[in-house]
Design a protein around this ligand. Sequence first.
Ligand code: FAD
Length: 287
Amino acid sequence: MKISKILEDKTPTISFEVFPPKAETGLEDVKTAAGAIAALGPSYMSVTYGAAGSTSKLTIEVASGIKNLHGVPVMPHLTCVASTKEHVANMIRQIRENNIDNVMALRGDPPKDGIICNDYIHASDLIKDIRSQDADICIGGACYPEGHIECAHKADDIRYLKEKVDAGCDFLTTQMFFDNNIFYNFLYRIKDAGINVPVVPGIMPITTAKQLSRSVQLSGTSVPERFKAIVDRFGEDPVSMRQAGIIYASEQIIDLIANGITHIHVYSMNKPDVASDILYNLKGIIN
Ligand code: FAD
């Protein structure tokens, strides 16, 4: 099922993200975690993609299990920074051969070995290419409520985002954020820029202090004082930090739904227990 179709639903839904293992050896554990998350009944699931393309086979394999064994609509990610056009065409063929109707098209971050491929420069180039190969596949793209870390001016970032959407993107998913007002403000700004596709907020439940510093370092996401106080107080105590992080993410989701946002994507990081606790907190709000 196409995610663009799911996003037409007027009742609130939650979707979850998983990531593939770095090597084949971890595949069974990830499949088990993905199966447990699928059993919670999300509206769809996404499966990330390694920057260098090394895990591309594993991304497809995990995604295929979610769709074909567990019956949950799925969206594998695909990055182009180190990909040739031939590799992308091959990936799209495999996605379709596995009965999958969606792909998240990304530039990706330059790989650590520094080897990039110049077949695509920006995600918009990838989106155009995928669209030219497959008129019907549902294509998602990434967006950044606080601006992408490499882009000095938010106005430019939104201008490029409009180009990305015009290239054939059906919906957007945001980078994580911890302050919903930043997201609401972003929605106004992109609407002004003529971007009218659905925007799904991405919420990251932070369950350890280390996870917060790593995520913030990579993404440049700002941390509100209220959340800093939580990490200062509970960061050293794993049980309390986990509980406080899950409640913080649940409250963000409740506030989003209260403000008319219907579909929320949760970066569940292969943790069925975290996904399940969030859904428990939303019992009665999400059916
Ligand atoms: P782009 O849209 O190409 O943007 C990258 C930068 O280029 C931005 O600063 C933008 O302003 C600028 N830009 C765009 N177009 C132009 C133009 N025409 N001229 C000049 N500048 C331009 N990474 C992974 O490796 N694997 C994943 O699975 C993955 N999943 C993600 C999912 C989501 C929802 C998000 C938000 C990010 C994800 N990422 C993933 C990270 C992402 O790959 C990085 O943030 C990457 O640096 C940018 O990718 P993009 O697709 O947003 O790139």
